[in-house]
Ligand binder design. Structure first.
Ligand SMILES: *Cc1c(COP(=O)(O)O)cnc(C)c1O
Length: 375
């Protein structure tokens, strides 16, 4: 059996997908070519891309008035590509950001290079949420408290903070915040396809594939068509959403192999019962792990229970001196890549779609056993 892989990204892919890619490596469907060797303009790859887009649309119920783009540059690239395309949407080059951890802070800093950006809300200080006091960056600012400028082009948030382990999905109606014309934009890199998404509330969602949808190299962008066509003159043509959409994501050579493997993941997801079935499985996995963390003093997770991520579970051992033996023994037990992000320390278990409940249960038994030996 392969070990269980808890990497935050690039992360585990379904074994079935890897096996299909391996079987098709040298000859895709009798074409005599590997997907890597095909022209992106040939009929085979055109079919691969079109099926990937159709399956992705079906899985997430993406409305027709959204374009689906397969781009390069990753989430960090989108932190610049998004403002270059949207910040002048409403004339003034203004945008607001909700700060809830590392990734939203990165987006905000990059956005500042393209115009007047402001912080709509931030969890960067201690707060009290539903009667529970919280350390900075372990909670999510409630939409009722956001200060969105009515003439901003967009307000941006990260809906799953991969490092802090904070997930937020209650996307607000911005007219209720006095900003009816402001567009909500979302970085969903680390939980896309793990649960249904409400596209009626957003203008743009982007997500790098390497967390939950495929290998590194392709970024999915879902953008409301009416928002395209306003790019700043400094925006490279290859990153102008209107240009990319107009060419079916083939303005320049797309990351063909990454799109192909992501397409295999989409077919696998459909076979599993789609995003609704994934959500059910993800709830069961996250509940099992958090319930165990809450049952012991040996391990802790600091995130407010209302916004604990179903995908990324950071946790700490009560004695840091045990971190090294924990990681070493975990690896020996077939539990890989549990080391926390260098900015937080401790551990992090990323339990994306491709990691089944069986893998989470194996982690919990290992943790119980480790606690018994060292507690
Ligand atoms: C991983 C990640 C990114 C960064 O993606 P790159 O492909 O490294 O540019 C951005 N946002 C979130 C939420 C992520 O988890």
């Amino acid at each position: 059996m392969r070990p269980w892989n808890f990497s935050a990204g690039p992360s585990a892919l379904p074994l079935e997908v890897l096996r299909t890619a391996a079987a098709e490596m040298t000859d895709w469907h009798g074409s005599g070519m590997s997907v890597m060797e095909m022209s992106h303009r040939g009929k085979q790859f055109i079919q691969i891309r079109a099926e990937a887009e159709a399956d992705l649309r079906e899985l997430l119920g993406v409305p027709d008035d959204f374009a689906v783009l397969f781009m390069q540059g990753g989430g960090i690239g989108e932190n610049a590509i998004l403002p270059m395309n949207l910040i002048s949407l409403r004339g003034a080059t203004k945008a607001d950001y909700v700060l809830s951890g590392s990734w939203s802070n990165k987006s905000y800093k990059e956005g500042a290079r393209y115009g007047d950006v402001a912080i709509a809300a931030s969890s960067g200080e201690a707060g009290v949420v539903a009667g529970v006091s919280q350390e900075p960056w372990t909670w999510f600012p409630a939409p009722a408290q956001w200060k969105v400028r009515a003439d901003a082009s967009y307000v941006h948030l990260c809906s799953n903070e991969t490092i802090g382990g904070i997930e937020f999905t209650g996307w607000p109606d911005l007219s209720a915040l006095g900003a009816p014309d402001v567009v909500l934009t979302v970085d969903a890199s680390s939980h896309i396809l793990s649960r249904p998404m409400d596209f009626s509330r957003v203008g743009l969602v982007f997500a790098g594939a390497q967390k939950n949808a495929g290998p590194a190299g392709v970024t999915m962008v879902f953008v409301r068509r009416e928002l395209m066509g306003h790019a700043l003159s400094c925006c490279p043509s290859a990153f102008d959403y209107a240009t990319v959409a107009g060419a079916d994501s083939m303005f320049n050579t797309p990351p063909t192999y990454a799109i192909y493997v992501a397409g295999l993941v989409f077919k696998w997801l459909k076979k599993q019962g789609g995003v609704a079935a994934m959500e059910k499985a993800n709830i069961a996995k996250a509940e099992a792990l958090y319930a165990y963390l809450d049952s012991t003093e040996f391990y802790t997770n600091h995130v407010h229970p209302n916004v604990r991520s179903r995908m990324n579970v950071p946790f700490f051992l009560h004695d840091e001196a045990l971190n090294a033996p924990f990681l070493k023994q975990a690896e020996e037990a077939g539990l890989l890549q549990l080391k926390g992000h260098r900015s937080l320390g401790g551990m992090r278990a990323s339990i994306y779609n491709a990691l089944p409940l069986e893998g989470v249960n194996a982690l919990i038994s290992f943790m119980k056993n480790f606690e018994r030996l060292h507690g």
